[in-house]
Design a protein around this ligand. Sequence first.
Ligand SMILES: C[S@@+](CC[C@H](N)C(=O)[O-])C[C@H]1O[C@@H](n2cnc3c(N)ncnc32)[C@H](O)[C@@H]1O
Length: 227
Amino acid sequence: MNRLECIKTMVSKCSTAADIGTDHGYVAEMLLKDNLCEKIIATDLNEGPLNRALKHLTYEGLQDRCDFRLGNGLTVLNEGEADVIIIAGMGGELIADIIEMSKNIALKASQLILQPMTTADRLRRYLYGNGFKIIDENIVKEFYHYYFVIKVIPMQDNMVLNDEIYYEISKILLDKKDPLMYEYLKKSLKTNDNIIASIEKTGNSSYNEKIRVLKKKNNKIVELMQN
Ligand SMILES: C[S@@+](CC[C@H](N)C(=O)[O-])C[C@H]1O[C@@H](n2cnc3c(N)ncnc32)[C@H](O)[C@@H]1O
C-alpha cells in the first residue's frame, strides 16, 4: 500500500472532508471516488497547487462535489464544517502549527488524519499535550522512506504518555506488531550506530553526551522490539 492509499484507508465514512494542502488533489479524488465522503473542501496555501487540484478534479468529473479554497491551514474552514480533516505531506511541526492556529476548528472535527513527512515525534507530542488523542496509526514505505499516518480524535483533555520514547516510537504500531515497524526500528538502530561510530572516531569528548543519548535510545529500541 502506498502513502496516499494508506491515508484513504484511515478515513471513516463522512459527509464533508477537508483536504488541507491538497496540491494535485489525489487524496480528494480517492475519497470521492470511493464515496468515503459526499463532498470535499480542497484547500491550499498557494494558487499554483490549488489550480492543479481544480484542473485534475475537473478532469475526473468530480468538481461538483468539491469546494476549492485558497488560504492558510484551517483558517479557510468554518467551525464544524468538515467532519474529517486531512493534513498530509507536510512536516510534523507545520501540521502542529496549522492545528494550533485554528484549534477551535480542529476540535470540532470528528477525526483528523495527519501524515507528517518529518518530525512525527514533535507532532505526536503536540497532539497529546493539546487535547487530541491518537486512536490509530499506520506505517508505509515508499521509495526507501517510512511514513506514518496518524488518526486523531479531539478529546478536550490533555494526555501524558508514560514513557517519552512513545512520542518517537508509536506505541500503537508496536502493539500492532507491524512488520514494517520492526523494519523501521532496525533501520533506526543501524543509523544511530553509524552516527555513534563516526562521532567516536573523531575522539572529540564534547560529543560524549550525544553518544550517551543515542546509546540509551538504542537500548530502549531493542527493549521495545523484544516485548
Ligand atoms: C507536498 S504537498 C502535499 C500534497 C498532498 N497533501 C499529499 O499528501 O500528497 C504540500 C502542499 O501543502 C501546501 N501547504 C503548505 N503549507 C500550507 C498551509 N499552511 N496551508 C495550506 N496548504 C499548505 C503546499 O502549497 C503544497 O501544495
